[in-house]
Ligand binder design. Structure first.
Ligand code: MN9
Length: 289
């Protein structure tokens, strides 16, 4: 389960319907061109929190059908509706997903006992592997090393998707749980995360920058910091431009400019990209090398 994973983008039409063919083409591009080790399906990047349970199921289904067993697949099933999380967890497990992942439950300021119960419920009901999705800047949920430990002591809870810039915490977690999987969640901080010993990375921009991310990863691991920094800087120049232009909309336009046949709207309330920004996205695309 180690390695580089794209947080999969999903193609929608202008009305927000799932563009199945386009989504399959994005999966193919990740496998054939970006050569990632796996896909993280149903994450923030998949616009997961804006779509229905049925659509989430269909996405899990078509991604598995397209990817077969060529790469690893992680299904993000987390939801503050725990009943939905369990239902999706069972569904993805039956489809053969290698692991589940669940965002820490957010919005109601659940206490740790509730958070622990949430993870244990999903794991016990599905009997699949679980990767904790920790993204405090969006959820407001911060967990301590001890709290991670209370979850990671369960055999089936195999790791953490660590989307935070707290490198002290990352190092403490790495030291405390040497046998668990830690994935870096911020693409713009891949180098320092790899230097601290993460096992892999999961990111939205890898749908289009997977090859650059691979270079950062490999160079850092090999101790070639000059090359690693040069590649991270190149990656960050691209990420900075993408963030300014609208994260998911821009990545979708870049995919299209690379020949991926996908419709590429985002779900409401995310806005439609302007014609001017489509042009900027194409320009950014030409810088990826
Ligand atoms: O979880 C992604 N986070 C979000 C991973 O999309 C909220 C990242 O891959 C970021 O999109 C990326 C750009 O900031 O690092």
């Amino acid at each position: 389960m180690k390695g580089l994973y794209s947080a999969l983008l999903i193609s929608f039409d202008e009305k927000g319907n799932l563009d199945e063919k386009g989504t399959r083409n994005i999966v193919r591009y990740n496998i054939d061109v970006m050569k990632v080790d796996g896909l993280y399906v149903g994450g923030s990047t998949g616009e997961n929190f804006m779509i229905s349970t049925d659509m989430k199921k269909r996405i899990f289904e078509i991604v598995k059908d397209e990817a077969k067993n060529k790469i690893k697949l992680i299904a993000q099933v987390g939801s503050i509706n725990l009943y939905e999380a369990v239902e999706l967890g069972k569904y993805a497990t039956d489809l053969g997903y290698d692991s589940l992942s669940a965002v820490t439950p957010f919005y109601y300021k659940f206490d740790f006992e509730e958070i622990k119960n949430y993870y244990m419920t999903i794991v016990n009901e599905t009997n699949n592997n679980m990767i904790i999705y920790s993204i405090p800047f969006l959820t407001g949920v911060n967990m301590s090393v001890e709290q991670f430990g209370e979850l990671l002591c369960h055999d089936k809870i195999i790791g953490i998707k660590f989307t935070a810039g707290d490198f002290y915490l990352l190092e403490r977690v790495r030291k405390a749980f040497p046998n668990k999987l830690i994935y870096a969640g911020f693409d713009e901080m891949l180098l320092p995360a790899v230097a601290l010993g993460v096992d892999g990375a999961i990111g939205s921009t890898y749908n289009i920058t997977g090859k650059i991310a691979r270079e950062v990863f490999e160079a850092t691991k090999a101790g070639n910091l000059t090359l690693a920094r040069e590649r991270q800087t190149h990656l960050n120049d691209i990420i900075e431009d993408i963030l300014k232009n609208g994260l998911y909309q821009t990545i979708k336009e870049i995919l299209k400019s690379k020949g991926v046949d996908a419709i590429g709207y985002c779900r409401l309330p995310m806005k439609k990209i302007s014609a001017e920004k489509v042009e900027i996205a194409k320009q950014i695309g030409t810088k990826i090398n």
